[in-house]
Design a protein around this ligand. Structure first.
Ligand code: PMP
Length: 384
């Protein structure tokens, strides 16, 4: 007989055009697919074709593991955006920023196993910091939890600490500063004009960036660290060398191609596209939440963006939702009952009363989120 075609996940009916009433909005992962349409528009300029004989060696012709041309373009991008000082700073590439987070910990932690460094972050924090620290089970560092419970230690104290500062923060989008003012790793994954006004260049000792949240190419697995101190730089480089003999040359070539497009017209086409998409999403999101007393989202305050040269509101990658009713202790369960899948507060060592909703997925995912949120808020107002 006739083959029976199956419809995509959420659709049914004879021609697959009917939205299934059971379909949930998935706002869980931070997959940055919102930038896919931009790369479709620029497909001709951003594609790479690699002949079989190209870049077979472990090393480049100058015997390094990192493409100098790519390093040049990254520095140029930072100077166009104005989000980081790179003059006189060292740079190390990694397999995503994920690899550099551990490499940085290795480089900064105590070499004395009888007093390992305490790895700290401020709640709510990105769970990978703890996950990696626990996985590597090093004698030189261990996870020490929330910075706020360490505030009483002063700088003369011999306890060694390494603090992760995520700025803007995942999950709540806040531009964070170090709480303890000791050794820091600044995770600047989201410090780009799509997500926050850029108040000025970051000039921290150790800053980590990723292609994932800049161009959206999370699958390329590319990140970089910008480092002030030569010894710290050499340790990071050594980590990458011993762990992996450097990172994929194919990836470096692809990233080079993408960044050449990213800096065209001083970054205007990319950052206007990315910012406008995020702003439109936030406009619609805030309009829904303004009708709710049961749910709230983080407050946003405008400040000056040096890149766009005007005052703007931040448009973070995630909505940090709070369930306000006393009985709604488990916010992600409440949302799940409304067919919305988010990531519960406990994933970020925060209260279950909070849930993170991702706003950087595809337009279809976002539309589904808007639909389910609208239904949930209308229910609260007795309209359904
Ligand atoms: N840091 C933060 C704060 C993140 O949210 C993420 C990704 N979700 C990463 C680092 C890791 O990103 P990648 O390894 O893709 O660079």
């Amino acid at each position: 007989g006739q083959p029976v075609c199956e419809c995509y996940d959420c659709y049914g009916g004879p021609d697959c055009s009917e939205l299934s009433p059971e379909c949930a909005a998935d706002a869980d992962s931070g997959d940055p697919i919102f930038l896919e349409p931009f790369w479709m528009q620029t497909a001709a300029d951003s594609s790479v074709l690699i002949p079989g004989w190209h870049r077979m060696s472990y090393r480049y012709d100058d015997y390094t593991l990192m493409s100098r041309e790519l390093e040049y373009y990254i520095r140029k991008l930072h100077s166009i955006v104005g989000n980081a000082i790179t003059q006189g700073r060292y740079m190390v590439f990694g397999v995503g920023s994920s690899q550099l987070l551990t490499a940085a910990l290795y480089a900064l932690s105590s070499e004395n196993s009888s007093s390992p460094s305490n790895v700290l972050a401020t709640i709510p924090y990105y769970p990978m910091y703890k996950g990696q620290t626990v996985l590597f089970n090093s004698e030189n560092f261990e996870f020490g939890g929330d910075t706020n419970s360490w505030q009483s230690i002063n700088s003369t104290n011999s306890i060694d600490v390494v603090e992760f500062v995520t700025s803007p923060n995942n999950p709540d989008g806040e531009l964070k500063k170090s709480v303890l003012g000791r050794k820091t790793i600044y995770d600047h994954a989201y410090f780009w004009p799509h997500f926050t006004p850029i108040p000025g260049p970051s000039d921290q000792d150790l800053m980590i960036f990723t292609l994932s949240k800049l161009t959206g190419h999370a699958g390329a697995r590319f990140g970089w660290a910008i480092i002030k101190d030569k010894d710290v730089y050499e340790k990071l480089l050594n980590y990458i060398m011993v762990a992996d003999l450097g990172i994929s040359k194919d990836t470096q070539l692809r990233v080079l191609k993408l960044l050449k497009v990213a800096i065209e017209e001083d970054g205007k086409p990319l950052f206007e596209y990315s910012y406008n998409t995020m702003r439109d999403r936030w406009d619609r999101l805030t309009s829904i939440f303004s009708k709710s007393t049961r749910f709230s989202i983080q407050k946003r305050h405008p400040f000056h963006c040096n890149f766009f040269n005007e005052t703007r509101l931040p448009s973070p990658a995630y909505a940090w939702v709070k369930c306000e009713r006393e009985e709604d202790q488990d916010c992600s369960a409440v949302l799940e009952a409304g067919k919305i899948k988010g990531r519960g507060g406990s994933s970020f060592s925060a209260k279950k009363r909070y849930t993170r909703l991702s706003l950087i997925k595809s337009q279809d995912d976002f539309e589904m989120l808007m639909l389910r949120l609208t239904e949930l808020v209308s229910l609260e107002n007795g309209n359904i």
